[in-house]
Design a protein around this ligand. Structure first.
Ligand SMILES: Cc1cc2nc3c(=O)[nH]c(=O)nc-3n(C[C@H](O)[C@H](O)[C@H](O)COP(=O)(O)OP(=O)(O)OC[C@H]3O[C@@H](n4cnc5c(N)ncnc54)[C@H](O)[C@@H]3O)c2cc1C
Length: 379
């Protein structure tokens, strides 16, 4: 067993880290205040091969592994977890298209998605169904030309911003087998958006409802086979969970590094606060938690890469463990900054706000436990 990253993997991490520090970090707070990420960032991301990190090289992607992807998201989220997580969603959609779409759809959609001339959003959640995603109600009725969509998707990251929406819709009976995945391009008549959601974190990402009112799409926009959409959506989420966990890890590392530096400078009772043993123990606990989280995440990614049968269980366990560790660490970082941690200028409060949602989306951490327990009971 070898726990070391390869030379290539270290280079991948360094490349993503340098890009994040140069191109994202200096603007992250402004983008948050503006409530949007400038669209001209994405072609720069695409030029680095990050528009299709684990999309096959045949389809124009970088063909990297899931483990490589966790390194990229860890490194990028050191600059801003909100921007990094948004890229994760685009990649999740791109991979679904690469894996399940017809050659025609791949040729139509993937080239621009790889260069990130077009940005993709993932539409599963509805106002009445989140955790119980298979209860979704958005209908796609067959017509002679294709499908007519009616319904509403809720909480869509990139709603009203992205260029193409990968939506899970009902083409058949109730339950997961009645769900199909379809693509809807921006500008399609009948596609509209709700107002911008005012959120605790991830504020640079626009989140809106995506609405379909007699929205007509051609048959070619069916992704893969009818009735398989729920399975595709769930398969996409295994990797998505690793990416989100990696975003928690990178952001928490940034918080911890900043906290170490702050504690060396800050004086109280005649000494720098890093000299108090009670606080040193807290630092040590954070370091232990972070190392455990990183190792667990990379093991789960390796399981997914090697097609291990228990990969979904490990992805769920890692998502829960790492996102909770990340939130706990940044909360401690805020505490160790005292009142300054509460001020936006110190950059810690943003991390606390941004990471909180990682325990809720891509399946809540309660649902992660449900997945783990089901695997245990099935044995
Ligand atoms: C900022 C943000 C961005 C998002 N982006 C997207 C996106 O791009 N695309 C998308 O499709 N969705 C997106 N979501 C939606 C997200 O995936 C859902 O919010 C999430 O799946 C939870 O669904 P819900 O909000 O309906 O909560 P519910 O499912 O109503 O859950 C409420 C509570 O009950 C718990 N619960 C539910 N069922 C069980 C059970 N069986 N056992 C134990 N506990 C249970 C949950 O864990 C939770 O604590 C986003 C959400 C947010 C906040």
């Amino acid at each position: 067993m070898d726990f070391a990253l390869s030379e290539e993997q270290n280079a991948i991490f360094d490349m993503a880290y340098a890009f994040g520090q140069e191109t994202i970090a200096p603007h992250a707070r402004d983008w948050e205040a503006e409530g949007t990420i400038p669209k001209d960032l994405w072609p720069q991301v695409g030029a680095l091969g990050l528009g299709g990190i684990y999309v096959s090289e045949d389809s124009g992607g970088a063909g990297l592994s899931r483990l490589d992807a966790t390194l990229i998201f860890e490194a990028l989220s050191m600059a801003c977890p909100s921007v990094a997580a948004f890229l994760s969603i685009h990649n999740m959609c791109a991979k679904m298209i690469d894996t399940y779409a017809s050659d025609d759809m791949k040729a139509r959609v993937l080239p621009k998605a790889m260069t990130m001339e077009t940005v993709l959003s993932y539409c599963l959640t509805e106002p009445g169904s989140g955790s119980d995603a298979a209860a979704l109600k958005t209908r796609a009725d067959r017509t002679n030309e294709g499908y007519t969509l009616n319904g509403t998707k809720a909480f869509i990251s990139g709603g009203g911003y992205s260029d193409t929406y990968v939506a899970m819709v009902r083409t058949g009976a109730e339950g997961p087998k009645g769900v199909s995945a379809v693509l809807i391009e921006e500008g399609t008549p009948g596609l509209s958006f709700g107002g911008l959601e005012d959120k605790m974190g991830w504020r640079s990402q626009p989140t809106r409802q995506v609405q379909f009112d007699d929205c007509k799409i051609p048959t070619e926009n069916l992704l893969g086979e009818e009735g398989r959409g729920f399975a595709y959506a769930m398969a996409g989420l295994d990797g998505g969970r690793l990416n989100i966990a990696a975003c928690s890890l990178g952001a928490a590392q940034t918080g911890l590094t900043a906290t170490l530096a702050y504690m060396a400078e800050r004086k109280a009772f005649g000494t720098s606060i890093d000299q108090f043993q009670a606080l040193q123990f807290r630092l040590a606990d954070m370091e232990i938690d972070m190392q455990a989280a990183r190792t667990f995440l990379r093991q789960a990614a390796w399981k997914l890469d090697t097609g291990a049968p228990d990969a979904p269980k490990f992805c769920a366990m890692a998502k829960k463990f790492v996102t909770e560790t990340g939130s706990r660490v940044v909360d401690q970082c805020l505490q160790l900054h005292g009142g300054y941690g509460y001020l936006a200028d110190y950059g810690i409060e943003k991390l606390v706000r941004d990471l909180r949602v990682h325990q809720i989306l891509e399946g809540t951490n309660e649902i992660m436990r449900l997945i783990v327990a089901r695997h245990m009971l099935a044995k």
